[in-house]
Design a protein around this ligand. Sequence first.
Ligand SMILES: [Zn+2]
Ligand SMILES: [Zn+2]
Length: 134
Amino acid sequence: MKTDQEREQHRRFVQALQHEHLTCAKPGCGGPMDVVDLTTHSARVKTYEATCERCQGVERITGKEEHTPSWDVASITMMAEMHLLHDQPTCPFDDTPITFISMPNPRRKARYRLCCFYCGRHTDMNWPPPEAKG
Ligand SMILES: [Zn+2]
Ligand SMILES: [Zn+2]
């Protein structure tokens, strides 16, 4: 079970991930924050640095890497189906919106990587997923 603080941190992480406006969490400030994505190319979990334009306070917003247990086939199929329906699938472990990345494929078949940038779980799949046909 998550604590209130963890829940709040997760909420701010999702806001940063979705490029929503973040406001400073310092009591009495509430200034707009400038968010920079500091994630390195190889990182599985995103890291942001938010700077308050009013008080210059800096907040680091990052995911919590966790890979086990990994996604099972049922949840991966569910994410693919939601994506096909133009819905936003979320990670079954932490409710973070899943990012779909189109991958280059030499055989010209569509291939996607599904990532949760909060916990770092990810999987690759051919597109469209065979389970979703019909
Ligand atoms: Zn502030
Ligand atoms: Zn996750």
